[in-house]
Design a protein around this ligand. Structure first.
Ligand code: 13P
Length: 250
């Protein structure tokens, strides 16, 4: 199987400039004993400094969000070309916090995905059901429609730019993780959905990350599942020791 293992740290709105540099320096001193590609996503204002601090390191930097327009009167926003200009080619889109607090819906995410792809970026596309959906046994339907609405217009070739991140909302920042079996069940469903709409090659090649309360203590078991190709880590990515324990769970 040729798909990549990836462990990405989504720092969310944490770490000022000096804290960012200190954490990144600590990360560069760690040894990656496995085969996971390591990605960190600091807040936008520190992206340039992050790239500079990580020069010569194998750790990649991603943006947490970007605007869909090329440029213009969008106060407070950052564009793909701004991200590109500091040496970054990866962006997280569709995070549940962006969906919930900033009203990002499937239509908007489609535009953002298209802009990112047009710039040759890799998109770490987040999606996942809420607790209500799971209680009502709607979780497969919700996930399927999130994927179809924002990604299934892409060509099979464009899927080489997509990394999927399944993050059940009820497991984010709550300390409650999906069980390894629940993660595997959903990841297999996701891969099968991609396979049905595209082909098995596309489905086999897309990395599907799990996110939601991944910690050093549970990473190994979650990552041992055949359709779990890595993790998108929030809280535990803010500590170098914890983050690298997770990286080295591969
Ligand atoms: P936690 O690891 O803090 O639950 O956050 C997960 C997440 O939202 C990563 O994007």
């Amino acid at each position: 199987m040729s798909r990549k293992h990836i462990v990405a740290g989504n720092w969310k709105m944490n770490k000022n400039l000096s804290e960012t540099q200190a954490l990144l320096t600590a990360l560069t001193e760690k040894k990656n004993t496995g085969d996971a590609q390591v990605i960190v996503a600091p807040t936008a204002i520190n992206l340039h400094a992050a790239v500079t601090t990580l020069e010569g390191s194998e750790i990649k930097v991603a943006a947490q969000n970007m605007h869909q327009a090329e440029s213009g009167a969008y106060t407070g926003e950052i564009s793909a070309s701004m991200i590109d200009s500091v040496g970054i080619d990866t962006v997280i889109l569709g995070h549940s916090e962006r969906r919930a607090y900033f009203h990002e819906d499937d239509a908007l995410l489609t535009e953002k995905v298209n802009t990112a792809i047009a710039h040759g970026f890799t998109v770490i596309f987040c999606f996942g059901e809420e607790l209500e959906d799971r209680k009502n046994e709607k979780h497969f339907n919700v996930v399927e429609s999130q994927l179809k609405n924002a990604l299934f217009h892409l060509t099979a070739a464009q899927w080489s730019h997509i990394v999927l991140a399944y993050e059940p909302v009820w497991a984010i920042g709550t300390g409650e993780t999906a069980s390894p079996e629940q993660a595997q069940e959903m990841h297999a469903f996701i891969r099968n959905t991609v396979s049905t709409s595209y082909d098995t090659t596309t489905a086999d090649q897309v990395s599907i990350l799990y996110g939601g309360s991944v910690k050093p203590g549970n990473a190994k078991e979650i990552f041992s599942k055949p359709d779990v190709d890595g993790g998108l880590i929030g809280g535990a990515s803010l500590k170098a020791d914890d983050f690298f324990e997770i990286v080295n769970a591969f």
